[in-house]
Design a protein around this ligand. Sequence first.
Ligand code: BTN
Length: 242
Amino acid sequence: MATDPRFRHFEIVGSTNDIALELARLGEPEGLVITADSQTDGRGRRGRVWHDEPGQSIIMSAILRPAIPASEMPKLSFVASLAVAEWLGAECGLDCALKWPNDVLVGNRKLAGILIELAGAAAVAGIGVNVNQRRFSDDLTDSATSLAIETGQSYDVPALTKSLAGHVFAVYERFLASGFEGILADWRKYMWGVGTRVEVLAEGRSLNGIIRGVDESGALLVEDASGRVHTVHSADAVRTAR
Ligand code: BTN
């Protein structure tokens, strides 16, 4: 049985992840989803800024308490990104690709992002989805997209948020009940870039090679020119190489 999410909505916050992390630290049980119309300090992975246009995107942070060690919490980013991908297909009829570790791309532009953060034994899954934006600032025009741009329709953001949260918890229940293997098998169907030549930036070093997939832990596999396959556990950036 999937957990029914509970919602607490704010008009404007710094970051919904901060509120969820604070509540998780105070002992809030799993299932609470913090949502907001807008964030003044929305953040992405690796200290990047997450922009929103007030009221035009899904901004949510869900408190999860899986009984797994902290070292396995990164698996939740596969759970959340798979949930977004499945939901986009079912709810919006959109095909997307998941760029390791968890960018959600449509036509090579980013539609959604996921940020998993920890508070003790709890995790917060922060999800941002561009929904009704028709334009992005100059620096994002080539790299970002929205549901409205992709489908030509406008959406009811609160209704979409509730529907996405429901699917996030449904996939999370699948993970708890059946384990990571099934999640990863489904995630691989959406994986971006298998066979693509990329440059991976990690720990101040650069690796050039071809994406071969992900291993059973979710680490990225990149084959270099000598045929050696590197296992990448975390990276600052994965860029298409010329
Ligand atoms: C990324 O692509 O780097 C992750 C972006 C995550 C954005 C969401 S929006 C809701 C939650 N609150 C935040 O400050 N960040 C996440």
